[in-house]
Design a protein around this ligand. Structure first.
Ligand code: CP
Length: 293
């Protein structure tokens, strides 16, 4: 559910909620941005894994809404002295910040944090389980292109370890899109497709898709996934390319797909929409907590 008290997962988001969230967001984007509105919120950025897009877009969106941020750096915390995560988050909560943005390598970590604190928690990626704000921004990137089209979409790459794929599946399904997984012959990919009820397609069929979502090899999760990178000629004339980033050129995408601003690429739209989606989530939270937007 997209509610105004944080966002832990993508699997319960309903179509009506998405359409209403996206329609309101589109209107917000058309209006001039009231920057530096002081809503008096204090947010905590708790990133226990590296991030550029998610962290910076949350941070910039918050700054534009007057959020004052506390940055938790794992190496500076008393975790290093042996304190538990539970005590860390319970201690933090006693200082009464308004909300937390949390990324961690462990699947389900954000649910644990939500058990330790009553503060709103935004899941900024937990292991291979979920990345709900990425799912929201990916759905918005397609909704903005064409709000009535039922896109056909194929995932390509290290799908079984991807939290982005899981979040996208939930959001894209809610939007009524038709989803496929590119068959790479690997057991993990085939099991993933079966578990999520998705059809496998051959790589040669990618050109028939409206959209290909390419995914990065999840080396940080011990993946030894190997594939030939996706090439430009494998996409159809009208196929749109998505990738959550960071892109590893030569590994997930071939160098002939390096122009992220090209008309067949949604990669820059995804980056920009990440800012808009996260700004709306913080603004909605502010309305709930402070009665101000
Ligand atoms: N897509 C994504 O989560 O990127 P970052 O790791 O840079 O935040």
């Amino acid at each position: 559910m997209i509610h105004s008290a944080g966002l832990l997962s993508s699997d319960k988001i309903k179509k009506a909620e998405l359409v209403s969230f996206y329609a309101d967001l589109e209107q917000e984007i058309q209006k001039p941005v009231r920057s530096r509105v002081d809503m008096g919120l204090v947010g905590v950025l708790a990133f226990f894994e590296p991030s550029t897009r998610t962290r910076v877009s949350f941070e910039k969106a918050g700054l534009d809404l007057g959020v004052r941020w506390i940055h938790l750096k794992p190496e500076d915390l008393s975790l290093q002295k042996g304190e538990s995560y539970e005590d860390t988050f319970k201690t933090l909560s006693l200082y009464r910040p308004d909300f937390l943005v949390v990324r961690h390598a462990m699947s389900g970590f954000c649910d644990l944090v939500q058990k330790w604190t009553e503060l709103p928690v935004f899941n900024a990626g937990d292991g291979s389980r979920d990345h709900p704000t990425q799912g929201l921004l990916d759905g918005f990137s397609l909704f903005r292109r064409n709000r009535s089209r039922k896109f056909t979409i194929a995932f390509f790459g290290d799908v079984s370890r991807s939290r982005v794929a899981r979040a996208d599946i939930h959001v894209f399904r809610a939007l009524g899109y038709k989803l496929f997984v590119t068959d790479d012959g690997q057991a993990a990919t085939r099991l993933f497709a079966k578990a999520f009820g998705l059809k496998l397609i051959a790589r040669s069929q990618l050109s028939r898709m409206d959209v290909v979502v390419a995914l990065r090899v999840q080396k940080e999760r011990g993946s030894e996934y190997v594939m030939q990178p996706l090439r430009r000629r494998e996409l159809g004339a009208k196929t749109l390319l998505m990738h959550p980033g960071p892109v590893i050129l030569g590994q997930d995408l071939s160098y002939d797909l390096c122009d992220f601003s090209a008309n067949w690429s949604l990669i820059q739209d995804q980056v920009q929409n990440g800012y808009y989606v996260r700004r709306k989530l913080i603004r909605d939270l502010s309305v709930r907590l402070k009665g101000t937007a």
